[in-house]
Design a protein around this ligand. Structure first.
Ligand code: NAP
Length: 308
């Protein structure tokens, strides 16, 4: 039987409506809308695309989106000064620095400079600690979006063996924390893990956050597993392997029409024939991540207000 699709696109639409309602109530109580400040340094085309999609959804929901577009020649000191100004701006609820930053700027120093109460990505060590101790207000957008997707499709998690491939601070580690909080038994795998495909075949829930196109093939997937594909790998026609898509696939259309396409970390054909549920790429984890950024912005605005 063919696996069923966990549609991030559809779930994000429903989530967006709920966030919109929260924005309306906030605005009628506080006489202002929540404000998200985004800092984009340099002209990385992928970053510009991500920022545009965040801007578009903010406008749709009614969140005030303040974009700071800065040249890649900006010094670390100048960037830190901008963050300090935003930290002090009482009308700014959430700050996001789009990564990656140019090599002369230390990302850790920059992320540490964001006031934890406005750290909408939840990357500050204080918020990471709060995440693991279940004392935080928000969680990092991508894993939080995945949890929301699993919840909305009533996927059982308690007692299941969940394997997360990837241990980044942005995806892998917080994903493991959130699955642990709802009583999954967790394994985190990475590039030094031995017998990865054998191990992954023991997972009831498999999350792939690796950054390698179609890396997870059928021999990684336990029949009936739930497979979450976080990967967003841009491929050009020359790199495409025809076994990644069927004739009517949107990946093939995109390659033919635009010369490039997005492919996940999971083999798009294999997963459909072995798993019970899967997230498509595009239209799976991506839209949930952007919607969660909006939810986090509203949650931080509400939290800051409660504390005042
Ligand atoms: P990352 O920081 O590069 O981390 C990749 C992880 O994969 C590392 O922990 C690495 O292990 C592991 N890995 C690499 N090769 C491996 C192998 N052969 N076997 C097992 N593990 C391997 O990447 P990330 O930021 O977590 O992102 C992962 C992917 O998700 C990327 O494609 C990214 O574009 C995508 N992403 C998507 C969204 C979304 O909204 N959909 C959001 C964020 C990221 P080591 O630690 O041992 O090096």
């Amino acid at each position: 039987m063919e696996a069923k699709c966990l549609s991030g696109k559809e779930t994000a639409k429903q989530l967006t409506q709920r966030i919109q309602q929260r924005v309306h109530s906030f605005a009628s109580r506080e006489n202002r809308v929540p404000k998200l400040a985004v800092i984009l340094v340099g002209d990385d085309p992928a970053s510009a695309v991500y920022v545009r999609s965040k801007h578009k959804l903010s406008s749709k929901i009614g969140i005030d989106f303040e974009l700071h577009t800065l040249p890649d020649t900006i010094s670390q000191k100048e960037l830190l000064e901008i963050i300090r100004t935003l930290n002090d701006d009482s009308r700014c609820d959430a700050i996001l620095v789009q990564l990656p930053l140019p090599p002369h700027i230390d990302s850790n120093t920059v992320l540490l400079a964001i006031d934890p109460i406005k750290d909408v990505d939840c990357f500050h060590p204080e918020n990471i600690g709060r995440l693991w101790t279940k004392t935080g207000v928000i969680a990092p957008c991508t894993p939080a979006g995945i949890m929301e997707l699993l919840r909305s499709y009533n996927i059982p998690i308690e007692g299941k063996h969940a394997i997360v491939i990837g241990r980044s601070n942005i995806v892998g580690k917080p994903m493991a924390a959130l699955l642990l909080h709802v009583n999954a038994t967790i394994t985190i795998a990475h590039s030094k893990t031995k017998n990865l495909s054998n191990l992954c075949r023991t997972a009831d829930i498999l999350v792939a956050a690796i950054g390698k196109p179609a890396f997870v093939t059928s021999d990684f997937i336990k029949p009936g597993a739930v497979v979450i594909d976080v990967g967003m790998n841009r491929i050009d026609s020359v790199d495409a392997d025809s076994c990644w898509f069927q004739p009517e696939s949107p990946i093939k259309d995109s390659l033919e029409q635009k010369g490039h396409a997005l492919i996940g970390d999971v083999h798009p054909n294999d997963v459909r024939s072995v798993a019970s549920w899967y997230t498509p790429v595009p239209g799976g984890v991506g839209p949930m991540t952007v919607a969660m950024l909006m939810e986090n912005t509203v949650s931080l605005a509400e939290y800051r207000n409660r504390r005042q």
